[in-house]
Design a protein around this ligand. Structure first.
Ligand code: XMP
Length: 517
């Protein structure tokens, strides 16, 4: 991995990833490090072009760490955000007050002392989340912004390239956050852009190029991550890359079509494993969502391993690497301890192929491990993949298995497949597909009374779920046009046998998750 211009020191803020993303969006390479890593690197003589201190859930009063290594180099540009600014206040001899009241959410902020930032109005809306605040400014700093609640909004060192912001410029609600970050990176730190789709591609490819003559196996789902990972590796690995696609019988009609087209158009070696029956029999009699996910995950691994071994024997080859579309958020999660030292609770088991590399004794090849999803999409376009493939909605590994609530039955799977296809077609007809994060239907195991023709019907319910999201961590149900809702409701009731009622899910995440199981 090459060195990044901007190091983000993670004090445990829920927004640390966003700082990194916004920094890269502005064109500057950046990476998150733990406090310990930043310290060790600085002490060993390495140096970024700019250092950002993130926000954090703690209070600086409880922080007795020695930060002198962070501030030793007088030329190093430093940006302190929220907790980071309080740390600047404390370190440079100001006074931080423990707040009893604070500012949470939107706040209005204004420039003071004649200070201005290009493209920002004098007063702006920003996102705050603090109770502690810098009450007395260190002597070497001056105030450049104040909130209308009379808190210090931002400070700047008189001679050194150091800026502190009490608010969060990385959050969307800070209307001019991008301009403020740009000001720090360009005018204070003097950085030059170094992060483009081309540089990402070069870096990802150099990761693949490290592999010499080994055979590489890819658990291919057809989703954007595995597709981009396989496509960028293909030119380097040529015939040593094999993609295995497992048909678990829990796919939608669009997935079958997609894989056929991909197979034909990408030139990738895609082997399709038909394992529908294995999955159906593994799930038989299981009602509990977690047990179902586990059964599907376990079957995937067993089927995959068996087929790959057969393939190896037939071809007299041996795979050494597993190519995975692991992304940066997964990597950060696994290296950054949870802010308070604990572990976050498992809401759902998400890892589709967990355990596979160890079990099959494969080394991992993860060329996308430094990238966020939106960057992988840019990379996909750079590789010449079609917009529709690159902007496909996410689809979970357990597929329809977690969209038929309770025990799976072929009949319920069919109902989801048919209703999902209608939803998919209409989203395209109404030009709505690209404006939502995910859209799908769920089979509810209840029956309701209806009337079809002149007869009473006592049939099943399909729920339609459509959400908007940026990263699936939170989501908002999509408020779609009335005509579209009428169309999908009537088509599903008319065209899917056994359905008399369609309901729409109006639950955000939190408290609901995106999937129903
Ligand atoms: P939830 O339901 O937890 O889902 O709000 C967040 C996002 O993750 C997808 N999802 C999964 N993806 N394997 C996956 O690859 C899984 O087991 C899985 N479960 C949920 C979900 O579709 C949404 O985009």
């Amino acid at each position: 991995m090459t060195n990044r211009q901007v190091w983000i020191a993670d004090f445990g803020s829920q927004y640390t990833q966003l700082i990194t993303r916004k920094t890269r969006e502005l064109g500057f390479s950046s990476e998150i490090y733990t406090i310990k890593e930043v310290k060790e690197r600085l002490i060993s003589g390495q140096k970024p072009n700019a250092l950002v201190l993130s926000g954090g859930p703690q209070s600086v009063f409880l922080d007795n760490e020695d930060y002198s290594a962070f501030f030793q180099d007088e030329k190093l540009p430093v940006l302190g955000i929220c907790y980071g600014m309080q740390l600047l206040g404390k370190y440079f001899g100001g006074t931080v007050y423990k707040g009893h009241t604070g500012e949470y959410g939107n706040a209005l902020i204004q420039f003071v002392n004649g200070f201005k930032i290009k493209d920002c109005p004098l007063k702006m809306n920003v996102w705050m989340s603090h109770s502690d605040h810098v009450a007395k400014i260190p002597i070497d700093f001056y105030v450049i912004m104040e909130s209308t609640n009379n808190f210090t909004g931002a400070i700047k060192h008189k001679t050194r390239p150091i800026v502190g912001l009490q608010f969060h410029p990385e959050v969307e609600h800070t209307v001019h956050g991008k301009e403020i970050l740009q000001y720090f990176y360009k005018e204070i730190a003097g950085l030059k852009k170094d992060w483009t789709a081309k540089t990402m591609l070069k870096e990802a490819r150099s990761e693949v190029a490290k592999i010499k003559d080994s055979y590489v196996l890819c658990a291919f789902s057809g989703g954007v991550d595995s597709l981009v990972a396989a496509t960028l590796s293909k030119d380097i690995l040529n015939q040593r890359l094999y993609c295995f696609f497992v048909d678990n019988g829990l796919l939608r009609p669009q997935d079958y079509k997609h894989i056929e087209v991909l197979k034909e158009e990408t030139g990738l070696n895609i082997e399709i494993i038909d394992a529908k029956e294995d999955f159906y029999s593994a799930c038989r009699g299981i009602n509990d969502p977690e047990l179902k996910r586990k059964a599907i995950g376990k079957t995937f691994i067993e089927v995959f391993e068996k087929k790959v071994h057969e393939f190896e024997n037939n071809r007299a080859i041996k795979f050494e690497y597993l190519l995975q579309g692991t992304l940066y958020p997964d990597v950060i999660e696994s290296i950054t301890p949870h802010a308070n030292g604990g572990k976050s609770v498992t809401i759902k088991s998400h890892h589709n192929v967990g355990g596979l590399p160890e079990r099959m004794r494969l080394k991992l090849l993860e060329p996308l491990r430094w990238l966020f999803k939106d960057e992988v999409r840019k990379l996909g376009l750079e590789l010449g993949l079609s917009h529709d493939w690159v902007y496909r909605h996410p689809f979970p590994g357990p597929g329809i298995g977690i969209r038929v609530l309770g025990e799976l039955s072929l009949d319920a799977i069919n109902k989801v497949q048919q209703s999902d296809q209608i939803l998919f077609e209409e989203l395209h007809n109404y030009n709505l597909y690209s404006s939502v994060w995910q859209a799908f239907t769920v089979f509810l195991p209840v029956k309701t009374v209806g009337v079809k023709g002149d007869s009473r019907a006592y049939e099943s319910v399909i729920c339609v779920r459509v959400v908007n999201s940026v990263d699936a961590m939170t989501a908002i149900w999509s408020d779609l046009p009335r005509e579209f809702m009428i169309q999908i409701s009537s088509r599903i009731c008319n065209e899917v046998p056994g359905i008399t009622r369609v309901v729409y899910d109006v639950t955000n995440k939190p408290p609901g998750t995106i999937e129903w199981e």
